[in-house]
Ligand binder design. Sequence first.
Ligand code: ATP
Length: 232
Amino acid sequence: MLEIQGLSKSYGNNVAVDNVNFTVPDGQIGILLGPNGAGKSTIIKSIAGLLRYKGSIRIQGLPARTIDAKRVFAYVPEIPSMFDALTVREHIEYIRMAYSSDITDEEVEEILREFEMDDKQDKLGNELSKGMMQKVSICCALAVKPQVILLDEPMVGLDPAAIKKLKEVVVDLKSRGTTVLISTHMLEMVENLWDVMFVMEKGHIIGSYTKEDAEGRDLDDLFFAMTGGEKE
Ligand code: ATP
């Protein structure tokens, strides 16, 4: 479970996130939506521990800043960042050791194969394309075997095969009880994935729906009804 309570963050006088509350229940896929500047990245970075904030963030019931919470949590940032001098495989091994993950060699091979990176294991970080970096970033997050995973615009830069695979992986994570939060603008990419959606505007959650509440309505219909925008 991922619980956000009373989360606020200001940059100087600019209140980017104002007393936000939401929960992604155990084993569900949450989608965080909102127009540019709504505060999504600020929330994502707060959950990932990259910003100071006011309020409470709990991962599997544990305060997000604790080592025990970090152990069960993985984050795929919007912009991947690699170690120039580590190979693809060494990135995975590094994460595996840092998290004391019990992922097996076979599982690592499987993840790399799924994202068509198995034949690129010896490439260095600075030899990768942007899409390849994104794939390595996703593989590293999966190597944690997380109980909660946060994906920030994970489909940007991926080719169609990798997008398809990522969707399958997200469904697979859910089936194993992992809690997932995805922040994205690509509504059509997450249409068939979500269990609960939250829409932000100007630092607030202005509405949310569970899949049941939505009664079959499209994600973009729900989004534009809340934000008052036009459906494209
Ligand atoms: P986008 O969809 O464009 O990525 P977002 O919903 O992720 O937008 P944020 O990046 O969280 O929005 O920005 C929320 C507000 O905080 C905006 O007003 C933005 O200008 C401001 N902001 C974000 N980062 C900083 C920063 N490092 N310094 C100052 N202001 C910031």
